[in-house]
Design a binder for this molecule. Structure first.
Ligand code: GCO
Length: 459
């Protein structure tokens, strides 16, 4: 596995802290978590002040890449688009440190921390935010273009749109199908505008989108189940991946939605931009698949949402599909199915359909852990990662062009709405005790995987 990118991933809001330092303005998550008095990322892992130690540990852990995001409200001060030079200086230093340690940066422009000054006028419902995103992207390409080869427009459009506008457990906490559609459209249009700015500016490198991929399995192969699977695939995957890679929204999805909802917000000239400016690669975050059957029961149907808390999420659209639990599967403490084969199937399916290079941009398991010990012996994480890297290697052996694997997460972070108790890190962060960092057993195991080029993976 030569030239393969191996590393960990983080997101600005989840790790940086320093929420109001050096000219950073409020993000929608700052406002929401402060207002609701919920555990927040004001300090998080304090990566803003400790990034050098974190990057050194990546290097010492044998990793050759680091996936992280830029905080828009740290870089752009206001709706007029004025730049915060201190924010630029911070990321230049962070990027320079990556290069000093031989770590390839894999940089996401948007990982959910929308500036509050845009949320004030409706956030992703305000069409003006698309051009503002393109401006932010240009500022980043201009300032960091010589330090970055791998760019991502958006991290997981699905989750911040679906959770924010449909399920309602992320800000702005709405339950509105019409608004979900508008937000989804604006995000995918903004992503294409980001690609347009990148291409027209002649910057070097690759630009892609990162999607939380949910491969769909059916309970049987009846026609009804196949229809339910197609609905689930449109809901979970196709509106992001078809749009970003093929340049078009799934036509059956649009036709179906147009029967009950107003789609006049879709503009022909914007569809032309979406068609023209498609991505170079896809990043797939893999946590679990969905097992699906035809819709049978009452008005609403429970599914397991992103935070894994039962009972929060409901599919509000009738007659689409139902998600069921496989009684033979194992589940994490947050009720996420552990199903490595889904990664193999998903990678093969996605590669066949889209035929672009793929990076596995997140994979990992969230667990409650006692980090007061000298070393967390996270053998469950080692076996989880082993089985998923094995699945990746199988897909590669079968011909899929997979170019990287990122553990979620590099070190323990703030987890959206779960606070700090849901830990994913290869390195423990003691949030209650000076934010001390200590590698877990998985960190050393991952180092052996990388240095052996995957040879130690149990196949
Ligand atoms: C968590 C999640 C992660 C993140 C990530 C998604 O931290 O709780 O499970 O997957 O949400 O930001 O890109």
């Amino acid at each position: 596995m030569d030239k393969f990118l191996w590393g960990g991933a983080t997101a600005s809001y989840q790790c940086e802290g320093a929420w109001d330092e050096d000219g950073k303005v409020e993000s929608m998550w700052d406002r929401y978590l402060h207002d609701e008095n919920l555990e927040n990322g004001d300090v998080a892992s304090d990566h803003y002040h400790r990034f050098e130690e974190d990057i050194r540990m990546m290097k010492e852990g044998g990793q050759n890449s680091y996936r992280f995001s830029l905080s828009w409200p740290r870089i752009i001060r206001n709706r007029e688009g004025d730049v915060n030079e201190k924010g630029i200086a911070f990321y230049k230093k962070l990027l320079a440190t990556c290069h000093e340690y031989g770590i390839e940066p894999f940089v996401t422009l948007y990982h959910w921390d929308l500036p509050q000054y845009w949320e004030d006028t409706g956030g992703w419902l305000d069409h003006g935010v698309c051009d503002a995103f393109a401006h932010f992207a240009k500022v980043c390409f201009d300032n960091f273009g010589d330090q970055v080869t791998y760019w991502t427009t958006f991290n997981e459009p699905k989750w911040f749109v679906v959770n924010g506008y449909f399920i309602g457990n992320y800000p702005p906490c709405l339950h509105d199908v019409q608004k979900t559609m508008i937000a989804a459209y604006n995000v995918m249009y903004a992503s294409a505008l980001g690609v347009k700015v990148f291409r027209e500016g002649g910057y070097k490198g690759e630009i892609g989108v990162v999607h939380s991929y949910t491969p769909i399995d059916g309970v049987d192969d009846t026609i009804e189940t196949q229809i339910a699977m197609r609905n689930a695939d449109n809901y979970s995957n196709n509106w992001v991946l078809d749009t970003a890679v093929l340049g078009e929204f799934p036509i059956d999805l649009i036709t179906r939605l147009s029967k009950d909802y107003d789609i006049s917000f879709i503009k022909a000239e914007e569809l032309r931009i979406i068609k023209k400016f498609t991505v170079d690669y896809i990043g797939l975050n893999y946590y679990a698949r969905a097992l699906v059957k035809p819709y049978t029961t009452g008005e609403t149907q429970l599914i397991f949402n992103h935070t894994g808390k039962k009972g929060e999420s409901k599919i509000l659209i009738k007659n689409w599909f139902e998600q069921v639990k496989d009684p033979n599967s194992e589940f994490t403490q947050w009720d996420t199915e552990i199903y490595p084969k889904g990664l193999q199937d998903g990678l093969l399916k996605a590669y066949k359909k889209y035929n672009v290079p793929i990076y596995v941009t997140e994979n990992g398991v969230g667990v409650r852990e006692d980090v007061s010990v000298d070393q967390v012996n996270d053998d469950y994480r080692i076996s989880f990662m082993n089985d998923h890297i094995n699945a990746l290697m199988n897909a590669r052996d079968m011909g899929a062009d997979i170019r990287g694997y990122y553990a979620w997460s590099s070190f323990d972070l703030y987890s959206w709405k779960n606070g700090h108790e849901k830990r994913y890190g290869l390195v423990a962060v003691d949030f209650k005790n000076g934010l001390v960092r200590k590698p877990k057993a998985s960190y050393y195991w991952f180092k052996d995987v990388i240095t052996s080029k995957g040879e130690i993976i149990k196949r």
